[in-house]
Each structure stands twice: as C-alpha cells, then as structure tokens.
Design a protein around this ligand. Sequence first.
Ligand code: HEM
Ligand code: SF4
Ligand code: SF4
Length: 390
Amino acid sequence: MQSLDALAREAVALANNQPVGVAAGAGAVDEVARQMQICNACRYCETFCAVFPAMTRRLAFGAGEAHYLANLCHNCGACLHACQYAPPHEFAVNVPRAMAQVRRETYTEYAWPRAFGALYRRNGVTVAVATAGGLALFLVLALAMRGTLWHAPLAGNFYAVFPHNLMAGMFGAAFAFAVLALGVGAARFWRGQSPGAVTGPAAAEAARNALALTYLDGGHGDGCNEQDDAFTLARRRFHHFTFYGFMLCFAATCVATVYHYVLGQPAPYPVTSLPVLLGTLGGIGLLVGPAGLLWLNLRRHPLHGDPRQRPMDRAFIVLLFGTSLTGLALLALRDTGAMALLLAVHLGTVMALFLTLPYGKFAHAVYRGAALLKYQVERRQPNRLQLGGD
Ligand code: HEM
Ligand code: SF4
Ligand code: SF4
C-alpha cells in the first residue's frame, strides 16, 4: 500500500502541476526505465498499442529507447486505466505521464538551434508573444502601406494592401526556417536511434498508422479514455478534422502558388475555384477539429499526460482555431472596407503559427512520425530476445 505521506505528496504535486510518480531525484528518462521494467514483467497491456511490443524487444531503457517509446505512445490512457499498479498503488505506474514527460525532453534536446529548445518549457507564453508580435507587425505594415485600416472596398484584392512579393518573401522565409528546424531535429532523433534500413512496406505501414491514428484506438477499436474509464473515438475523430483540415489549407496554398506562378492567374480567386474550395473545406475542418480537441483537453482526467504541457497543447489548438477563423472571416468579408484589417489579423496569426511550428506542439507530428517509422522497421527485424511479444 502507498503510505499516506506519499499520497499527500502526490496530491500536492498534482495541485502544483508538477510531475508525480517520479522517484525523488530521478529524471524523466529514469522514470520511463523504472516503469518499463515493471511493465516488462507484467505485460498485461501487450496488445494495447505499439509501445508494449516495442518494449518486449528490450531489457534496458536508456535515453535513446525512452525517447523512441515516448514518441510512440499516443497518450490514449488505456494502459493507465487498466493498470493494477497505477496510483494510488505504491509502484505509481502511469505510463502515459512518464512518456509525456520524456516527449517534452525530446523536443527540448533535439531542437535546432539548441538554445531555442527552452521555448517548449513555457510554451503558452512563447505562443502568446509570437501571436502578439505577428498581429502588431502586420497591423503596423497595413497602416504603413495604406495609411488606414478601413477603406473603400477593393474587390478582394489583397495585393492592394500587401504586395505579393512581400507576403511571399516573409511567409516563404518563415516556412523554410520551420522546415529546416524540424528537419534538423528529426535527423538528430533518427541518428540517435540507429533504426536500420527503411523499406517500402515499413514506410507505407508507418504512413498508414499516422494517417489513420491507429494507436488512438486503445487496442480494441473503441478508442481512448478521456475523463474516466469510458472509451471514446472522439479524440481520433477531432484529430482527423484537425489534421486533414490543416492539409487541405496547405493544399489550397500550394494550388494558389501554381495558379500564380505557372498559370499566371493572381488572387483573388472566385468562390468556386479550386484554391478557395480547398481552403474553405480545410478551414471548416480546422474549426471543428481544434474546437473538439480543446473541449476534450479541458475535460481530460488529471492523471493523463503531463499537466505542465497543457498550456502548450491548448496554445497550439487555439492558434490553429484562430488561423482558420480569421481566414474564413477574411474570405466572407473580402469585398468590404474591413479587408485590410482582417487580412492583417489573419496574416499575423498565420505568421505566429509558422514561427512557433518548430517550438511547440506541432513538433509531435515529426517525432511521432519518426517513431512510427522506426517501429515498422524494427518489427520486420528478428527479435533477438525471444521473450515473446511482437
Ligand atoms: C504524423 C502525424 C501526426 C500524428 C501521428 C499525430 C498524433 C497525435 C496524437 C497521438 C495526439 C494525442 C496525444 C496527445 O494528447 O499528446 C495528437 C494531438 C494533437 N495533434 Fe496530432 N498528430 C499528427 C499530426 C498533426 C498535425 C499535422 C496537426 C495539426 C496541424 C496535429 C494537431 C494536433 C493537436 C492540436 C493535438 C492536441 C490535442 C490535445 O491536446 O488533446 N497533429 N496528435
Ligand atoms: S501499465 Fe500496468 S498493467 Fe499495463 S503492462 Fe504496465 S504494469 Fe502491467
Ligand atoms: S497511453 Fe495508450 S499509447 Fe501510450 S503506452 Fe499506454 S496504451 Fe500505449
């Protein structure tokens, strides 16, 4: 039995949003190692997700293994709710929390430039500052360009406010930096894994697992736990709205770039054109998905994940929602005198999103994608331990 003292310490830690279940002085990696030793003996959750089969291929859990398993964990909560050693048991096994704590270390340690890794630690503040900066920058620019934020209708001609080359240059540079920073992080992570050769079938299966979010099904197809023991597919569904909404918005931008540079057709495009249709569909997904994810996040069980990362999760969700809301408002009111103001607000929000892509929750897509790929590579290799498992 866990002593009253230990229970009280845990309650105080939870109330202060501090990690619980971590032995005094132990780091996040040590805590994953401690819990994986227990799980490796127990193996009750072997069929729940990819983490447990990957665990059975190992006897020791150093930093490389912990970072891999942490990013493989989808924080579905199934193993916490099933675990006979979960708090208040003195073993205090809480795999999703231990994994979430290591995930934050992954983001911080592999960040490029390294010093920017600190931005993950107070990420709510990071995103708020970037948003305020982005909004201020574009409002000032719009004022400087036109002398006023309210004007006679311009028939949706954005370039009458911000010249095309200025917009393309600023966003191209911010996006290229985000790709570089996330790419360096992913390469560092990958190098630390020595995963072996990537084959076509392994890459295809990993892509399928990422696109379908296979491991958000709790291992039985009924879904994750949110606020209690009940299973729900709501997180997976809202994530699909978010993910595919984001991809459609990205596709809309790519198609518009082709229209501009290849076909010589500059914006604005009619409501029935491909870029506007893709952007509108994507924008709706990016409203529904983040709204649902925020609703679930606010109701989530206090023992799930790492409470210190909730500001990062919520800031990213709100930024995605804001990007979509301001984009759709701009589309609806582009023929009015409010266009310059709405354009400045939308561009400021998108700039904040781009600048914080490598230093916030978006990083999960890159590291989780890499972990899923490693898993598919690894499970095609012989299991030298021969101790059961996948
Ligand atoms: C390889 C691709 C991706 C995978 C495997 C993936 C997986 C996941 C998983 C498992 C979670 C839930 C775990 C948690 O609560 O931390 C999550 C959360 C989230 N994902 Fe993704 N994701 C991917 C890409 C994306 C993309 C491209 C976006 C949007 C741009 C996105 C937006 C979100 C948001 C907003 C959350 C937060 C939900 C919350 O806090 O409850 N994801 N993702
Ligand atoms: S989480 Fe608990 S029940 Fe599941 S394998 Fe680990 S110790 Fe066993
Ligand atoms: S929380 Fe879900 S994904 Fe993570 S280890 Fe447990 S069962 Fe697997």
